[in-house]
Unconditional design. Sequence first.
Length: 278
Amino acid sequence: MSLKLTLKKNHSFLVAEIGWNFLGNISLAKKLILSAKKNGADAVKFQIWNPKNLKKGPWDNDGRRELYEKSYLDKKKYTELFNYSKKNKILCFASVWSISDMELLKSVSNQVVKIPSPEAYNTKLIKACLKNFKKVIISCGCLNMRELKNIVNLKNKNKIIALHCVSSYPLNPKECNFQKFYYLKEKFKDVGYSGHLEGINDAVFAMANNACVIEKHFTINKNLPGRDNKFSLTPDEFKSMKNIRDNFEDFSFKKGLNIQKSEIEIKKYYRGRWIKSF
């Protein structure tokens, strides 16, 4: 039986973005999956790309190309991680950067796919994902208004979960720009948040604004190589985010406008207990 991305009212679905923080080490990837599950994640996410298709760029000067190559997930590796996640009862999916990446993911699972911000302009890829997957998550970073409206005008919008995202690593709090989040809420039924701010403050703000999905990068050691480990949430931070999410659910329970059961004794004994001096 496949695990599904199920959205609930007043409940933020929590995604631990492992990405390439496992550095190509499958044993480390499995530790990250288990830790994410233990500390409250509803899903884990990886990234599928083929390093042979990577153009020249700044990643050639800072060691990222080597890390991309090490972290490459072919079908055999991704299937192993997907099955391991399924065995441990946590949803697993991935970001894709091309049609061929999408086909690889689809061959393992057609439940959920993520379009990362740099490819959110690529309507050909988005349409292919909408055709082949049950849920399509789109991070809306790096988009100008014209590009954003292209997504807004797509058919099958009911399959889309639009994530507000600012593609900066790590993110400056002054650039969180939740104005775009509110715009997305007007245009899509399901809107969440993908955050690169260090810590959980941005996630808490998103929860308070009813984000249906919260995605944060996840690591078990911030000192591991690679840019993303540095601003990723630790297990303790992720667990704190999960606990706040659960508290938000408690706060939202509708109990009517009358006094609460827990107030009855206070009302009975404390009201009027002081002798009036006037």
